[in-house]
Design a protein around this ligand. Structure first.
Ligand code: FAD
Length: 479
């Protein structure tokens, strides 16, 4: 098939995108006897997608993935405020450990990477957080290479340098795809089913401007920049519905991460911002810091000027929560070159950070008083305390860290059901069309930007899509 000009091929299953979602889908389908090809746009042997950069922690809504299914279902419901598609939420909670076992059978190794329960299943070797992107030989890289080797053993293949440009539709069914290889030659695939697994639209500035932020140029691209939403666009062209496009998974990052490659994907500033306060250019709070880093990143992105937000905290926070994790904010932000303003009074700090002194002094005083009176919930905006403890801002030196939102992957996308079938606007599956991984919508999001988990979403939707296609194929063959 390689380098064949304008040729036409058949396979049972054509997969668009060779990240974790695409490879799980393909390998499971090949195990079930289907002829499978993965079409991956990037030409490199170790093409850099989000799955290769991943931190590698398999969790469900930041809970242990081996908790009972009912517990996981409740946690997904709580994280997403009940907005997750019920069938999809149930698929994740029921199949999360089945996915781990299946990956282990395929040769993937896990370790426990930290004291937090949700870190119990982390890809080995762990993606040691270091400055910049140190992915070679780490968990995500090893996982993709292991899955591809297994796929090759089952007579499947990943076709590198093959970009998909169009889906083929006949009588309301998806029956194949079309694209070009890296020489520019066209290829046509007739397929029993197509699976879109192209990883979301986080690297598409126009789509981000439409759905996520008025200033996508002021978001830190905390991702591989490989996913531009092609799959979602193609699916829509043949009638698929999309959902939840305005939220993303990400973190609060130093503003310098926009230009300093040392400062992403780690260290992040979530712990600093959620322990102290997060303010805009008017020195006023604009969001509930207690909802955590993912939610704060979304709130920053939605600001009129997402490049003008600042985290304010004191030295107790800097020496406490600031040191809390691997490649922690303290000392690695400063060591990596991030700007940190420090001063012995709030007014002086405001001057250094370019914020109005009176407003910042009032905001810090309000923060401290509300903690004393235990009335954080009555503030405007409220400050929840159930997940993350707010700290007072009293101990000099005081600090101001200019921040931006780091976008890792978009949470919404092609609307799917529990079998990863793409749905149309009326909720009916489009025959022959499936979507898996970060390009799908319906699971994550909700009023508090509920994060369920990028990796578990890829794996479970991948298994489910492959198994549904195989069952359909068998049903068609047996009269
Ligand atoms: C730094 C970092 C840390 C993370 N840590 C964690 C973690 O600890 N736990 C967790 O659960 N999640 C984590 N995530 C998120 C998780 O890794 C991703 O959600 C997941 O890997 C996405 O997989 P995917 O297969 O959907 O997309 P990807 O891995 O991005 O793969 C999509 C592929 O599609 C290809 N493609 C795009 N367009 C086309 C086209 N037109 N034709 C053909 N191919 C195309 C791309 O080139 C790419 O290779 C992290 C992500 C990052 C970046």
């Amino acid at each position: 098939m390689a380098n064949a000009p304008a040729r036409r091929f058949f396979c049972d299953l054509a997969v668009m995108g060779g990240g974790l979602a695409g490879l799980v889908t393909a390998l499971r389908a090949a195990q079930l006897g289907l002829i499978v090809r993965v079409f991956e746009r990037l030409p490199e042997d170790r093409y850099v997608c989000n799955s290769r950069l991943t931190g590698g922690i398999f969790h469900v809504a930041l809970n242990r993935i081996d908790d009972p299914a009912q517990t996981l279902a409740e946690r997904i419901d709580a994280a997403t405020d009940g907005t997750a598609h019920p069938g999809l939420a149930r698929a994740i909670s029921d199949d999360a450990m089945r996915l781990i076992r299946w990956l282990q059978d395929a040769g993937i190794r896990f370790i426990c990477s930290g004291a937090e329960p949700y870190q119990a299943y982390t890809l080995a070797p762990p993606a040691l957080p270091q400055f910049g992107r140190q992915w070679e030989g780490r968990g995500g890289d090893v996982m993709l290479r292991t899955l591809e080797a297994e796929l090759n053993r089952k007579s499947g293949a990943v076709k590198r340098g093959y970009a998909v440009h169009e889906l083929t539709e006949r009588d309301g069914c998806c029956v194949g795809l079309r694209g070009t290889d890296q020489t520019g030659e066209a290829f046509f695939i007739d397929a029993r089913a197509v699976v879109i697994a192209d990883g979301g639209f986080q690297a598409n500035p126009a789509a981000l401007a439409e759905h996520v932020s008025p200033r996508p140029d002021l978001l830190c691209q905390r991702n591989a920049r490989a996913s531009t939403g092609d799959g979602m666009r193609l699916a829509r062209e043949i009638g698929a519905a999309v959902t939840g496009l305005h939220q993303f998974y990400g973190h609060v990052m130093s503003r310098d991460a926009l230009t300093n490659e040392n400062l992403w994907p780690y260290p992040w500033a979530d712990e600093l911002a959620r322990s102290g306060i997060l303010v805009g250019p008017d020195a006023r709070r604009f969001t509930d810091e207690g909802r955590g880093g993912v939610d704060m990143a979304n709130a920053i992105a939605r600001q009129q000027d997402p490049g003008a937000c600042v985290a304010i905290f004191d030295d107790a926070i800097w020496q406490g929560p600031g040191c809390a994790r691997a490649l922690s904010a303290n000392p690695y932000l400063v060591r990596g070159g991030a700007t940190l303003h420090s001063a012995h009074s709030i007014a002086e700090l405001a001057a250094r950070a370019g914020l109005p002194a009176d407003a910042l002094t009032a905001e810090v005083a309000d923060h401290n008083e509300s903690l004393e009176r235990e009335s954080s919930g009555q503030r405007s905006p409220p400050r929840s305390t159930d997940r993350y403890k707010p700290w007072p801002i009293r101990q000099a030196p005081f600090h101001a860290l200019p921040v931006v939102a780091g976008i890792t992957y978009t949470m919404g996308g092609i609307r799917i059901d529990e079998h990863a079938r793409a749905l149309d606007e009326t909720g009916r599956p489009i025959p022959g069309l499936y979507a898996t991984g970060a390009c799908t919508g319906g699971l994550e999001g909700g009023p508090r930007t509920g994060y369920v988990g990028g990796l578990v979403k890829c794996g479970v939707t991948g298994l489910r899509a492959a198994e549904h296609v195989a069952a359909q194929a068998m049903a068609e063959e047996i009269p």
